[in-house]
Design a protein around this ligand. Structure first.
Ligand code: GLU
Ligand code: ZN
Length: 283
């Protein structure tokens, strides 16, 4: 099996040291294994993605000495693929429309009769199930409304999922159906304003790019269980996952897109070299 990995930034701000670490680590691994390193622009957040940021991603990566082996994949070009997958899931009866606002969800989740604090999953508060129908909806897939995955229905009759983790906390991992139902819940797979979601597109795109090894930050480790379920639902292969440590600032805080001080471009403008960046992130 050829090693194929990718770097998948969102063009919503400057790439910082954390991105440099992720991209360099994936690139080095691909080169060490005689494999392929691919680039994917995750620009489905149309309100925050900007062509300027995309151009800077290319410039920053080139400056770091990173080259990608195949044409760049852009999520905004893949809407028909996402629609097709959504329709198949709709026809399988595992999606339902949801018209709740964030506020509705927060209120329902913290209603007094619920007792405990609202649970927070990888996607925010676990959906309290307000719009979940008792039986799968029929008829054509509705447009212009969020579609949620009926987690319990999606898991019914599915065996346990497992995957191999080679990064932080390595070893074989198992995904628990109980946790997916109570700790993750009915996640949004298609947004009101966009036929897709991070989880849906990342899984479809990793499969379309034949990714064998996903290298990404530890902050996405929790989302992996969702990705495994989606791979099972859509009959897609599960890659090996390598979740790496996060690069933090001196105070131990995670770097954010807003941290311009850690932007790769800032280091470059200060006269630092790509070798300096490698040293800074511990490579
Ligand atoms: N686009 C995501 C981000 O910028 C990364 C997705 C992934 O690597 O799975 O954090
Ligand atoms: Zn709802």
């Amino acid at each position: 099996m050829t090693f194929r990995t990718r770097f998948a930034p969102s063009p919503t701000g400057p790439l910082h040291l954390g991105h440099a670490y992720s991209a360099l680590l994936a690139f080095d691994k691909a080169r060490a294994d005689n494999g392929a390193f691919l680039l994917r622009i995750e620009d489905i957040d149309t309100t925050r993605s900007r062509p300027e940021w995309e151009d800077r991603i290319y410039a920053n990566l080139k400056w770091l000495g990173i080259a990608w082996d195949e044409p760049v994949m852009r999520q905004s070009d893949r809407l028909p693929n996402y629609m097709k997958a959504l329709r198949a899931l709709w026809d399988n009866g595992v999606l339902y429309p949801c018209t709740c606002t964030r506020r509705d969800i927060a209120e329902a989740a913290s209603a007094p009769q619920e007792g405990a604090e609202p649970k927070i999953g990888p996607d925010g508060p676990v959906y309290p199930g307000t719009c979940r129908p008792a039986t799968p909806p029929t008829g054509p897939m509705p447009k212009g409304v969020a579609l949620r995955l009926d987690m319990a229905r999606a898991l019914a009759g599915r065996p346990v999922f497992g995957y191999l983790e080679t990064g932080v906390n390595p070893g074989p991992k198992h995904v628990s159906a109980g946790h997916l139902i109570s700790g993750v819940g009915d996640i949004v797979l298609s947004r009101k304003d966009f036929p897709g979601s991070y989880h849906l597109s990342v899984v479809l795109d990793d499969a379309a790019q034949d990714i064998t090894h996903v290298v990404r930050g530890e902050d996405l480790a929790d989302a992996t269980q969702i990705h495994l379920l989606l791979q099972s639902l859509m009959d897609l292969p599960t890659p090996v996952y390598h979740h790496h440590r996060l690069i933090r600032d001196e105070a131990g805080k995670r770097l954010a897109k807003r941290d311009d001080a850690r932007a790769i471009a800032t280091y470059r403008d200060e006269g630092k070299t790509p070798q300096d960046i490698r040293r800074l992130v511990g490579l």
